[in-house]
Design a protein around this ligand. Sequence first.
Ligand SMILES: Cc1cc2nc3c(=O)[nH]c(=O)nc-3n(C[C@H](O)[C@H](O)[C@H](O)COP(=O)(O)O)c2cc1C
Length: 221
Amino acid sequence: MNVLVVYAHPEGNSFNAALKEKTVSILGGTGNKVAVSDLNEMDFKPALDTRDFLELENPASVNYLMEQRNASAKGLFAPDIKAEQEKVTKADLVVIHFPVWWFSAPAILKGWFDRVLAAGFAWDFGKIYKDGLLPGKKGMLVVTTGGNAQIYSKDGLHGTDMDQVLYHINHGVLYFCGMRVLPPFVAYSAFQVGDEGRRRYLEEYEARLKKIDSLEPIRYP
Ligand SMILES: Cc1cc2nc3c(=O)[nH]c(=O)nc-3n(C[C@H](O)[C@H](O)[C@H](O)COP(=O)(O)O)c2cc1C
């Protein structure tokens, strides 16, 4: 299987980095091909603009979405987008690593969604969810948080749980584009659980990776 790891964390000593290393070593050790997009190391351009296209269809009145469709049809994406799209095309499994920042993903990863999962490439008009343009692929989020599991519950301080916090990515991005979505791996309170807690998370995550082929995707209505 071809695996694409999309990793969005600027700190090499973060716990998310340790989880990413597990993904690379465990999945890479079983005969899979693993490609890594380390967005911060690549200095990935996060904000979309007209430089994302080699040529514009309608320079007098730019509509980014329509330019994406045009670029998808005619092969007019800027090289950094094209390279990422080629990795996505090859991948059977996309594992996306990031720390939860403001109940969401770091801006650099949001920019990867915005620019790489383009109209005409990952989805199109009338081609979403089960008809999305990335069928046959699986996606999985691997996240670290500052908050603990208790406050991420309906009755907890945050008043919502991690499934809801990640819904806009799991459902709104991955499932939207036609991917099957594996349950996320969440390491709560990554820097407060101590060495023992982090060791347990790594063990748990390794066990999850070893049975990744048999993991049931989330069932959305
Ligand atoms: C800009 C920013 C926003 C953050 N927002 C959240 C948040 O919404 N929820 C949360 O649990 N932790 C939040 N945190 C804490 C990080 O999630 C936490 O420090 C990190 O995931 C710890 O894991 P790491 O070692 O992988 O960085 C935030 C941190 C930063 C820098």
